[in-house]
Design a protein around this ligand. Sequence first.
Ligand SMILES: [Zn+2]
Length: 182
Amino acid sequence: MSETTWQDGIGDPDALERLWTPHRMAYIRGESKPDDDSEGECPFCRIPSLDDTTGLVVRRGERVFAVLNLYPYAPGHLMVCPYRHVADYTETTPEEAEEISVLTKQGVHALRQVSAVQGFNIGMNQGAVAGAGIAAHLHQHVVPRWLGDQNFMPVIGQTKTLPELLQDTRQLLAAAWQEAGA
Ligand SMILES: [Zn+2]
């Protein structure tokens, strides 16, 4: 570590490099995390009222929309959500369940269009105990995977959460989705 980058309070220098990711504090502090389970506190209820760029909305369907995760596990991490504030998969109407399925498939196609994705994790974490960050509003994760991504994702993943890069990803995906005629 050079003299110029030395700061008090960061401990004694050692062999480890530090990658500072202060933007992660927004997630750690729980900013934009709802205070309760009501619709008024729910980011997935608020997002559709924002414009696509601000809300990171990739696709708007009739009953369901697709949005980029603000805190992605991987670049291109999408979430497919009903507009309706429902917590449980069994509460979806047949039409909503169908459209979740349709937009999930379209999202996979769009991600493959813009990147050499090698695999996907697709699924729902239902309930906080199962790992849902916003348990009150159902959302299906579509997470693109690359061979060996977990080796560097804990580091690189954090650098990918910068808003500018997310906006770029959103634009790419939205364009690919349109081109596919979806
Ligand atoms: Zn909601």
